[in-house]
Every structure is written in C-alpha cells, then in structure tokens.
Design a protein around this ligand. Sequence first.
Ligand code: WQD
Length: 335
Amino acid sequence: MNILVAGGAGYIGSHICVELLEAGHDVVVIDDFSNSRPEVLDYIKEITGKAVKFYEFNILDEAKTKQVFAENKLDAIIHCAAFKAVGESVVKPIEYYMNNLTTTLIMAKMMRDYEVKSIVFSSSATVYGDPETVPLTEDCKLGETTNPYGTSKAMMERILMDVAHAYPQMSVSLLRYFNPIGAHESGLIGENPKGIPNNLMPYIMKVAIGELPELGVFGNDYDTPDGTGVRDYIHVVDLAKGHVLAIEKYATPGVHICNLGTGKGYSVLDIVNAFELVNNIKIPYVIKDRRPGDIATCYADPTRAKEELDWVAEKTLDDMCRDTWNFAKKHLKDD
Ligand code: WQD
C-alpha cells in the first residue's frame, strides 16, 4: 500500500515509517521540521534501505497538501502531525487548536476529495482525563481533559468520528497512545525534543548526558505505591508496529478505537531506578510540587488490541531504558 505519514519525520512518525517500509509498504511523508530534523529521513533510509517520498511544508498550507494528494495515489493516511507538549499547550492554546484541529480537518477533506479509504489517527490516553478506574478500556467514558493539548486530541477524535458517520465508506482508526518512550535499536532515531523536555524520559535522558543537572519529580504525595505518578510506558517500536497492523486490519469501513499500551503501570521512581540500573548511570532528582493537570495513575487494558489487531507490546521497561540511552549516546552528546 501507498501510505501518507503526516508528521513522518517526528519521534513517533519516523518509527512508524521504518515499520511500514520494513513491512513492504511505500511511504509518503509531509513534515515541516517544527519538532524534528531533516537528518531523520536519512536515518530512516539507513535503517530500512528504502527512502520515503518527502514533502517539506506544514499541512496548514492546504494548496500544497492538495498537490500531494493529486500527485500520489494514496491508500491510507497516518496522521501524526500535531503539537504535543502539554505544558506548552496551556500557554499557547490558539496555536495548539489552530494547528491540531485545522490539520485534521484538512486531512479529512483530502480523504473525501481524493477517495482515500482509511485514516489512522494518533490519539492519546489523555482523552480519558482523570480515570475513575484503571486499567482503562476503550469503553471508559472520556474525561475532563486538563489542557488544550488533551482537549485538542478529544476534539480531533470527535471530528473524525463525525466524518466517518457522514462518509460510511471511510475507515477511521483512533489509536490511543499511552506513554511512548524508547528508541529504535539502531540508536539512529529517537526522541530529541527541541528545548527543555516536557516529558519524563527525554528529561531523564538530558540529565544522563549532563545537559541538565537533575530531574524534578512532580509530586510524591499521590495515592500510588511510592507516591509518584504512575503511567503505562510503551516502547515506541511496539507502538509503531501497532500502526502497521491497524492499517492492515482496520481496513473495514467505520470507526475503530484501540488503546496502545502495555497494561502495566510504572511510577516516576520506577523509571528512574530502571534507567539507572540498566545503564549504570546515576540520575539525581529532587521532589517538587505536583504539575498542574497531572493525574495520579493511568494505564491501559490492552485486550482489544490483542483481539482485533493481534498486537501485544513485546519490549520491556529495560529495553525502553537501554534503547533511550543508546540513542542519547549517539546523538545528544553531539548537539
Ligand atoms: C509522566 C510522569 C509526571 C516530567 C503526556 C501526554 C500524553 C503523551 C505523553 C504525547 C507524570 C512525571 C514528568 C518531569 C516528572 N503525549 N514527570 N518530571 O503527562 O503522562 O503524558 O505526555 O505523546 O498524551 O498526556 O507524560 O512524561 O510528561 O509525565 O515527575 O520532568 O512523569 O508528573 O507523572 P504524561 P510525562
């Protein structure tokens, strides 16, 4: 199949491109490098021996986006092009809603106009808000999202469900990611956010390479085993493989909603300890106040992914920590 990966030079998108190419698909990428780097495209080719067909611009440029659909007969879209920093979204709501919602509307419009049958959307467990119970199944009610990033994800899901209702020939897959971390085993691609990282693992990575002095642990008074926040961390390669299966198995028209998580919850201190043990590195940390909008515990019930996609997360927390450090050693020390 010929698949468009919107945001395909990004952290998640680049790992999806690798798995698609290795599964024998052809890949077209649109990316504006707002949260990625041009060399990622070279690394994708170095890993797979194949090149993506690349277009550099922001999907908000509807004329250029239209040109891509006119030039390429596309079988499916994987939409990963969105701003994704929770903290940043609180101070930049206009940019987040403008970018995330408008790009999704443009993708939906192109699907209709060029008769692309299927879209796989990069959604997030954040749409569940602060869950009343865990583990989370796809039937859990959507919660009060606590920041514009999470709200934009919930809105994008709603937009795509309404589009699927209006155009019953379309397949719309909403993949709800839990916490993607780790890097490809080659160490060539991984998470390398610009500026001070918002998320836990990239922050730990920058402490490990000596770029940041210590980790701030946002609260140790939650109702969790060690008081620090518990999340379902999933290796980004497992996540990417889930997309290949979704493209192949969710081809039937209609709306498909699926959690992509391991079903296991780890605390902040579990992650710190695992990273230290696996990589024989000390990660100094201090306990700070809770981060506004954070919840205590969130992890998936991954049953539906197993039943419908025959997908199970295979990589362990040690793999996630080892692969993160392997990527950091190859890249971040040069920056
Ligand atoms: C994880 C835990 C923090 C940083 C969000 C989005 C989700 C996804 C991942 C994009 C929490 C704690 C963090 C730090 C800390 N987005 N923490 N010190 O908030 O669970 O999820 O990012 O893919 O959609 O909702 O991820 O990594 O920011 O936080 O103590 O410097 O680590 O309090 O308990 P989060 P996170």
